[in-house]
Design a protein around this ligand. Structure first.
Ligand SMILES: Cc1cc2nc3c(=O)[nH]c(=O)nc-3n(C[C@H](O)[C@H](O)[C@H](O)COP(=O)(O)O)c2cc1C
Length: 367
């Protein structure tokens, strides 16, 4: 197995114990988002550039901000691995979203490598005996650079999941097309859900899925275990993504409260309202459910999110009807999507929100 560390061991969180909610100590806990390309020496060799590029990979989104990845580096080659000790066994029992998060990290890595002037070759699932090794990325100066993703580098440090109510301003059609195209470019399918009656139906499904998930004590307990009131290198701090208006992930509710109370009614009602403030709904899907498809979908997801950021748009997730197995096929039918739905995004304009933290690089990079 590629991975062997467990989440939550004392040493992992010990590092962060001394930080208060607002008082992150920048001297000892560097902000992962504060990366400057100029920190990379012009004399850096390819191996150093690769390590620097991994700092961008680690900025990828992941469900519950679990950051379920590990990067095994050897010279100018890196294995992108799934860290299944960070799996979310209740909400994501088959590691579907876990692999999508790793796919998003892989996409960021591609964007950074191309920016640093490096071609690369990627072999997906290179080790038939180890399903945790999702991709082997080799810096290869002979390979052509992928210029189609060049403009996404500058927005990687600006992307953030924003759960606020979005302004009702419609997303222009050409931008909607660009977002769909961003997904298609990664070999997956995507549909923009425009019709009012279908949007209403999707809202109902989100509400229904919320009820089902939040009624499940195991779901609430798992979610609660990733919400913090202090600072950690992972999970969702209570400030994440506009706490006051955060309706699609229950972060305003303290972890203890989630363990004790079923909050489903309030949350579900908020969702309906939230859809009214979601000018664009985009569903990304794949032809099959397989680790290969999830990895492609994760790359597509990040490409869409970065493209949205480039257009000054915000995005967040309404994945509940996909996570609840029995509603997934209903969603697929309602939106007339041939592919299997994998992610449901809401996209629009909103004031910016704070970033969630990232683990220290020495925790995710293994040399
Ligand atoms: C595959 C996947 C599924 C996600 N599902 C949800 C979701 O259902 N609800 C939600 O609010 N956020 C969801 N998120 C967003 C994560 O919570 C978010 O990426 C994480 O907290 C890190 O924050 P950031 O995206 O601002 O960097 C998902 C992210 C990924 C990659």
């Amino acid at each position: 197995m590629c991975i062997n560390r467990r989440r939550g061991v004392a040493s992992e969180h010990e590092t962060y114990r001394t930080y208060s909610l607002h008082g992150m100590n920048a001297d000892t806990m560097p902000n992962a988002w504060d990366i400057r390309e100029t920190d990379l020496s012009p004399l850096a060799d390819d191996a150093i550039k690769l390590r620097f590029a991994l700092r961008y990979a680690a900025l990828a989104p992941s469900n519950h901000n679990a950051q379920p990845w590990r990067f095994l580096v050897d010279g100018t080659t890196v294995l992108v691995c799934a860290d299944r000790n960070r799996a979310l066994s209740v909400v994501d029992p088959y590691d579907r979203e876990l692999i999508m998060g790793c796919g998003a990290a892989l996409f960021n890595l591609r964007v950074a490598l191309q920016r640093f002037g490096l071609g690369y070759t990627i072999k997906l699932f290179p080790d038939p005996d180890d399903p945790d090794v999702l991709a082997r990325v080799r810096v290869d100066r002979g390979s052509p650079r992928d210029t189609s993703i060049a403009t996404l580098f500058d927005v990687m440090t600006r992307r953030v999941t924003n759960r606020s109510a979005f302004a009702p301003t419609p997303v222009p059609e050409d931008i909607q097309d660009a977002l769909v195209q961003a997904a298609l470019a990664e070999g997956v399918d995507a549909v923009s859900i425009g019709r009012t009656d279908i949007r209403d139906r999707v809202a109902e499904l989100v509400t229904q899925a919320d009820h089902l998930q939040l009624r499940d004590v195991r779901f609430r307990r798992e979610l609660a275990s990733w919400i913090y009131t202090g600072t950690h290198g992972d999970g969702m701090p209570a400030y994440a993504g506009s706490v006051g208006g955060l309706l699609d992930f229950t972060v305003p509710i303290m972890a203890a409260a989630i363990r004790t109370f079923a909050m489903d009614d309030g949350i579900a009602a908020s969702h309906q309202r939230l859809l009214d403030h979601s000018p664009m709904l985009l569903c990304i899907g794949t032809g099959e459910d397989s680790p290969f498809a999830w990895l492609a979908c994760g790359q597509a997801l990040e490409r869409v999110l970065l493209t949205a950021t480039k257009f000054e748009l915000s995005a967040s997730f309404l994945n509940q009807p996909i996570e609840v197995e029995q509603l997934r096929s209903v969603l697929r039918r309602e939106i007339a999507m041939e592919a299997l739905p994998q992610v449901l995004l809401r996209i629009g304009r909103a004031p910016s929100v704070m970033h969630t933290p990232r683990r220290a690089m020495q925790e995710v990079v293994v040399e």
